[in-house]
Design a protein around this ligand. Structure first.
Ligand code: BYC
Length: 343
C-alpha cells in the first residue's frame, strides 16, 4: 500500500523562468501588464522584480502569510506531546518534526517578504489576532494517538493541498513548497506508523487510535477550505495559477486516498457516506459542519484563545534574541563600512 498523496507528480512542470515574448518583442515593447499575462499564459513563473497587479500581490501575501502562521501555530499541539512521547525515539522524531514546521514557517515568511511585506508586520498581525491560520490547529490533542492522526490526516491533507502549490505561478512560493512537501511526506509516514503500531497493540491502544481518527477526520477535511460555491478567492487564484485545483476537488482526492489507507490500519473512517461517484469522478463524503468551521474562523474554536496567548508569550520571551541579533547585525555592518572606507 502506498502513502502517496502526490496530487501532481511532476513538480518540475513549470519552467523555472519565463521564456520571454516571441522574438522581436519583450516586456519593454509590450508593456509590463502584457508581459505578466504572457507569463501566466505560458504557465511560467512570476518573480519578485516582475511587474504584477496589486491584487495578485495582495492575494499572495494573504495566502503565504496565513500559510506561514499555520506552520508556526501548528507547532503547538505537537510540542505539547514532546515530553509525553512514549519513548526516546518517539521524542526525538517528534522534536525533529516540530523543528521542521518552524523551518517551513521561515521559508514561507521569506517568500512573503519578497512581495514587500516585512515579517515583523505579519507577526504583529498574527499576535494581534488579525491574521488567519489554519482552522485545524484550534482543536486539542487529547492523547498520544493524536500525534499519529495529525501526521497521517493533517499532514496528509496538507500534502494533498500543497503539492499543486509547488506549481504556483509565484516563483518563491512554488520553490518553498517543493521542500516543504518533501518534509511533509516524511511527517505523514511517521504519523501513519504511530497509528499502525497502536492499531496492532492492545485493545486500549487500538481504541485510542480509532478515537483519534474519529476526532480529526472532519476537521482535516475542512482544512481544504469552504465548499467551492462559498469560496470567494478560488476563482481568481485559479485564474492567476496560484491555486491549481478547487477546494472541493482537493478534498475529494484526499477522501479517495485515506479511504484506502485506513484499510491498511484495520481501522475505519467515521463516515458511512463515502462513495466514488462514477458520473462526476469525485469522491463523496458526509456533509461537514460548516457552522463549526465558521465559529473556528471567527476565533471561537476550542483552542483559539490558548494558541494565540501561547504565541504572544513566545514572541515576548524571544525579544532579547531579536535585540541581540539586531545589535550583532549593526556591529557587522559598521565593521564592513569601516573596511570599505579603508580600502
Ligand atoms: N482555516 O476563498 P477561500 C500544515 C479562509 S499548515 C482557516 O477558499 P483561499 C501543518 C480563507 O483564508 C496548513 N481559514 O480562500 C503545519 C479565506 O479568508 P480571507 C496550512 C481558512 O485562500 C504544522 C476564507 O476562508 N496550509 O499543513 O482561496 C503541522 C475563504 O476561503 C481555511 C495552507 O495554508 C482554513 N482551513 O483557499 C502540521 C495552504 N480555509 O483570507 C501541518 C495554503 C479557508 O479571505 N493555502 N480559510 O479572510 C491555501 O491553499 C488556501 O489559502 C486555502 C483557502 C485552500 C486554505
Amino acid at each position: 500500500m502506498s502513502l502517496q498523496t502526490d496530487a501532481s507528480p511532476d513538480l518540475q512542470a513549470v519552467p523555472s523562468a519565463g521564456s520571454g515574448f516571441p522574438s522581436g518583442s519583450g516586456p519593454d515593447s509590450q508593456g509590463p501588464e502584457a508581459y505578466f499575462e504572457h507569463l501566466l499564459a505560458e504557465d511560467s513563473r512570476i518573480e519578485p522584480r516582475d511587474w504584477m497587479p496589486e491584487a495578485y500581490r495582495k492575494t499572495l501575501v494573504r495566502q503565504i502569510s496565513q500559510h506561514a502562521h499555520s506552520e508556526i501555530i501548528g507547532m503547538q499541539p505537537e510540542a505539547n506531546w514532546i515530553t509525553r512521547a512514549p519513548s526516546l525515539k518517539r521524542k526525538s522524531i517528534l522534536m525533529a518534526k516540530v523543528q521542521d514546521e518552524a523551518g517551513h514557517g521561515l521559508y514561507l515568511y521569506s517568500a512573503a517578504e519578497t512581495l514587500g511585506t516585512p515579517r515583523e508586520k505579519m507577526t504583529e498581525d498574527l499576535i494581534a489576532g488579525k491574521a488567519r491560520y489554519s482552522s485545524i490547529f484550534n482543536y486539542p490533542t487529547l492523547s498520544w494517538a493524536d500525534m499519529g492522526a495529525i501526521g497521517w490526516l493533517v499532514d496528509g491533507a496538507a500534502i494533498c493541498n500543497q503539492v499543486p502549490l509547488c506549481r504556483a505561478s509565484y516563483g518563491p512560493y512554488g520553490r518553498a513548497m517543493v521542500r516543504v512537501c518533501k518534509e511533509e511526506s516524511f511527517h505523514q509516514r511517521q504519523g501513519f506508523e504511530i497509528l499502525l503500531e497502536l492499531a496492532n497493540g492492545t485493545e486500549a491502544q487500538r481504541e485510542m487510535a480509532q478515537d483519534a481518527i474519529n476526532r480529526w477526520y472532519a476537521p482535516s477535511l475542512m482544512m481544504f477550505g469552504p465548499p467551492d460555491d462559498d469560496s470567494p478567492n478560488s476563482k481568481q487564484s485559479m485564474a492567476w495559477n496560484i491555486k491549481r485545483f478547487s477546494n472541493d476537488e482537493l478534498r475529494s482526492r484526499f477522501v479517495g486516498m485515506i479511504v484506502e489507507q485506513v484499510k491498511a490500519l484495520g481501522l475505519t473512517l467515521p463516515d458511512d457516506q463515502i462513495r466514488y461517484n462514477e458520473d462526476t469522478k469525485q469522491w463523496e463524503h458526509a456533509p461537514l459542519d460548516w457552522a463549526e468551521f465558521k465559529e473556528v474562523l471567527a476565533g471561537r474554536g476550542p483552542c483559539n484563545a490558548q494558541r494565540l496567548a501561547r504565541r504572544r508569550e513566545a514572541h515576548e520571551n524571544g525579544a532579547w534574541v531579536r535585540e541581540a541579533a539586531a545589535a550583532y547585525a549593526a556591529k557587522q555592518s559598521a565593521a564592513q563600512a569601516r573596511k570599505t572606507e579603508v580600502a
